[in-house]
Design a protein around this ligand. Structure first.
Ligand code: GLN
Length: 540
């Protein structure tokens, strides 16, 4: 079938969850057998979010093909179990970069290069790029920011043009917020009306409105909004807060969001979405009564979005293990030998988080020493794995000055070091080891058992690596390098076989963990944490 293009815009305030609505619609369309992809346009000037601090933009997500992207792409993958690519996240910076490169090449043949048509054409080209591959029935394009922002205007203008060009093959969903004024005990529709007006002023009539709300919006109020905004009453959908984001597709289906999209884009679909596996996951969430408590040791504890994919992977793994997840954030900067016992008390497992730079690193060593000596299930991810190696070098191998050259470039024992090809790099953007690489796991290792196979591919985002000069000493002392890249022999996984569950991965397994295909290492880690908890209870 001809590709249909669905645009998702937002108004009133940011953080309404356009990404979750886009993902939920994609999830429903996919469950009806359509091939769907989701794309995000971010209005900022950075080429990609790779150079952004997590305080600015939460987690940086990485696609299998090695693009550093917005964290919404993580939702897209988790909800659709489909891989995103570098074409799925485009920033203003990238649009301008492409246009300026074309200008320098002389492609514009002497013309003055302008926002309209050159920037808007480049935006349109990037939207259609996904459709022209022939791989997708639906391309959902989420426009970052809120309507009225200066930065998003060229994107909105491109959407306006595309809707005109594509006719019934395009559709616009606008997401707004309906606030509840407690003092007046009233829901207010005015911000929605204003936001739709703003959209209409730039030439876009939304086809569907999704209203985010903390309270049920009565039918007559939805009808009023429909009337004011030129939208058919059945296409005014409410999206109330729900205990888990994974319920949103179900809520959207109950109000026929997918049916309306199909009808409005002229697609005949007699069947209902095949949501059984998804519903089964939701039932598992409901049925879970016991709790598994995991501590996450990192430096962005006040910022939940910084570890988004890890949180979701842990939640999925706990659910599949029939448990609720209690995630305790432990500030690595505040951990020391005196308080570690109390700070880590009551945890069934510990995650040592990824990260960059010196801040909070010593606390990670303190946590790791405690976990290693007390046989607590421990999972180190990327920097967390590197910290496992450094802690082991310092406290077991007796190399007291051991470090990563990222933290101390003069360390006498550079157990974590830069690869040669990284040494000459001066540009920071997009130059880490990024994306999916092969990893061969040692047969019989805990990691291989968790995956149920010895050949895996996982995603990377780092510059520094285990220094193979030290490999033999680590192995002799009990830290085994059980995963390596078959081509480069870079160490990808370390573990302590004598320990209950102590595994570090240089890669980020959280990026590929989805609702319908949860990450095997997370499943196994949570299982070990539950076993540990049960053992502790029985010993009491
Ligand atoms: N800072 C480390 C490196 O660059 C680890 C990065 C990470 O945890 N993603 O190698």
């Amino acid at each position: 079938m001809e590709t249909r293009y669905i645009f998702v815009t937002g108004g009133v305030v940011s953080s309404l969850g356009k990404g979750i609505i886009s993902s939920s619609l994609a999830c429903l369309l996919k469950a009806r057998g359509y091939k769907v992809t989701i794309q995000k346009f971010d209005p900022y000037i950075n080429i990609d979010p790779g150079t952004l601090n997590p305080y600015e933009h939460g987690e940086c997500y990485v696609t299998a093909d090695g693009q550093e992207t917005d964290l919404d792409l993580g939702h897209y993958e988790r909800f659709t179990n489909t891989r995103m690519t570098r074409s799925n996240n485009i920033t203003t910076g990238r649009i301008y970069q492409n246009v300026i490169e074309k200008e320098r090449r002389g492609d514009y043949l002497g013309k003055t290069v302008q926002i309209v048509p050159h920037i808007t054409d480049e935006i349109k080209r990037n939207v259609k790029l996904l459709g022209t591959t022939g791989d997708f029935d639906f391309v959902i394009t989420e426009i970052g920011g809120t309507v009225g922002d200066i930065e998003s205007l060229p994107f909105i203008e491109a959407v306006r043009q595309l809707r005109w060009e594509l006719g019934q093959n395009a559709l616009c969903i606008h997401l707004t917020y309906v606030p509840y004024i407690r003092a007046a005990k009233e829901l207010k529709t005015k911000p929605t009306q204003h936001s739709v007006k703003q959209l209409q002023e730039v030439g876009i009539q939304p086809d569907i409105l999704v209203l985010r709300t903390e309270h049920d919006i009565p039918a007559d109020m939805r009808k009023k909004i429909a009337q004011f905004c030129n939208v058919s009453p059945d296409a005014v959908i409410q999206s109330p807060d729900v205990p888990t984001i994974y319920e949103v597709p179900v809520k959207m289906h109950q109000q026929h969001l997918d049916d309306i999209v199909l009808r409005k884009t002229g697609v005949e679909s007699p069947s209902e979405p095949h949501m059984e596996p998804w519903l089964e996951f939701l039932h598992k969430i409901d049925r879970a009564s016991d709790t598994v408590t995991i501590g996450l040791v990192g430096k962005y504890v006040e910022l939940q979005d910084a570890y988004k994919s890890i949180n979701e992977a842990l939640f999925q793994a706990a659910t599949y293990n029939h448990h609720k997840l209690k995630l305790v954030y432990i500030h690595s900067e505040k951990l020391n030998d005196d308080n570690v016992a109390s700070k880590l008390a009551g945890l069934d497992g510990v995650i040592i988080a990824p990260g960059f730079g010196q801040r909070g690193i010593e606390g990670k060593f303190v946590a790791l020493k405690w976990c290693r000596e007390h046989d607590i299930p421990t999972f180190g991810i990327c920097l967390g794995m590197q910290c496992m190696v450094i802690e082991f070098a310092r406290n077991v191998l007796g190399l007291t000055q051991a470090n990563s050259t990222e933290m101390d470039h003069l360390t006498p024992d550079n157990v974590i070091d830069l690869m040669d090809e990284q040494k000459s790099i001066t540009n920071m953007g997009g130059t880490m080891r990024l994306g999916e690489y092969d990893c061969r796991l040692e047969p019989g290792s805990r990691a291989a058992k968790a995956y149920g196979k010895t050949e895996v591919r996982e995603r990377h985002r780092h510059r520094f690596e285990f220094n193979n000069d030290y490999r033999q000493r680590f192995e002799e002392a009990g830290m085994k390098c059980v995963g390596e890249n078959p081509k480069t022999h870079l160490v990808e996984v370390v573990e302590l076989p004598d320990h209950r569950w102590f595994i570090g991965t240089q890669y980020h397994p959280e990026y590929s963990s989805t609702v319908l295909a949860p990450g095997p290492l997370f499943l196994d880690f949570i299982k070990a944490a539950i076993d540990y908890k049960t053992e502790n209870i029985n010993n009491k």
